[in-house]
Design a protein around this ligand. Sequence first.
Ligand SMILES: *Cc1c(COP(=O)(O)O)cnc(C)c1O
Length: 374
Amino acid sequence: MTGEGTRAVRAGLPEAVKNEPTLPGPVFAAHFHLPGDVSGPYSYGRDSNPTWTHLERAIAELEAPGEEAHTLVFASGMAAISAVLFSQVGTGDVVVLPDDGYQALPLVREQLTAFGVEVRTAPTGGDAQLDVLEGAKLLWIETPSNPGLDVCDIRRLVAAARAQGTLVAVDNTLATPLGQRPLELGADFAVASDTKGMTGHGDILLGHVTCRDAELAAGVQRWRKIVGAIPGPMEAWLAHRSLATLQLRVERQTANALALAEALRARADVAGLRYPGLPGDPSHAVAARQMHRFGSVVSFDLGTKERAERFLAALRLVEDATSFGSVRSTAERRGRWGGDAVGEGFVRFSVGAEDAEDLLADVTRALDLSLDDA
Ligand SMILES: *Cc1c(COP(=O)(O)O)cnc(C)c1O
């Protein structure tokens, strides 16, 4: 098996063909030539597309290096998440969700409940989902959780789930497959919003589901066909192109994130600092056992809404924007959305690929300025 940088730049490339590009361009087709009986891989554009196929092979090689795995790409992370839940779960089943995960999960919970699914929730930290697992059809894990950055022990949760026939899906958005590989830790599904670090430029929405089991994959694929939550060929191609730099981006961004976390730790005016890669963080011990890299998100609390807003306004290199994982740093006061259990001064900071010295200087200057409420 090759190293991960090599894997990233070569992931999903087709056999080289003389006079053809290394990565074939996007195929724009609603339908394909189909004489006679239906056969072959491509017939109608909602079912399959060669540009998706290349990207799906690439993601499968990253989520499950050296193994057989099936990936399905979707129009967004939520399309991928919904595909797993709604294809695998039916009326009367029990689903366990985190209560501190992505902000659209409560909406998913409402819809599952409306369909007669029993939904139980528990926090990510302390593996608390174990306490409500009994009899569940599917366990949904998000680790590190967004935006609180708590971490649960995937192997431990998988072992308990396995013992009673519960399926396990892991939202791997924050870590990316270069930070954490849920399938190797025993999960049935690795799911992600590729809107974030996977594509890394803050310019496309995309999602994926990867699993080893062909039957589970077929159920997810059937759901995609029914709902039609398919990515455009241009987005799929841009995503594949972006994967070539995944290792470079993630390496730089995680190094910058650790440097930022260390700088923030040294300041008495910053509270509630969380970064799973920081020794001493409550998540660090578990994270270090199951993660290869700790992600590009750092969170902290500046006490009040006013101070957090002064800080965000004073930043020059960091845009006040939601989402995370971009090569350009962004930060936001998470409480402005409502819904997350965070304080008014809580800041979620997504660390980009700038030079660390520039970024730290900008953050330090903005923190100093934010102290001054004149
Ligand atoms: C952004 C995000 C999603 C949703 O992805 P979209 O691409 O916006 O639909 C799901 N889970 C996590 C952890 C996310 O950060």
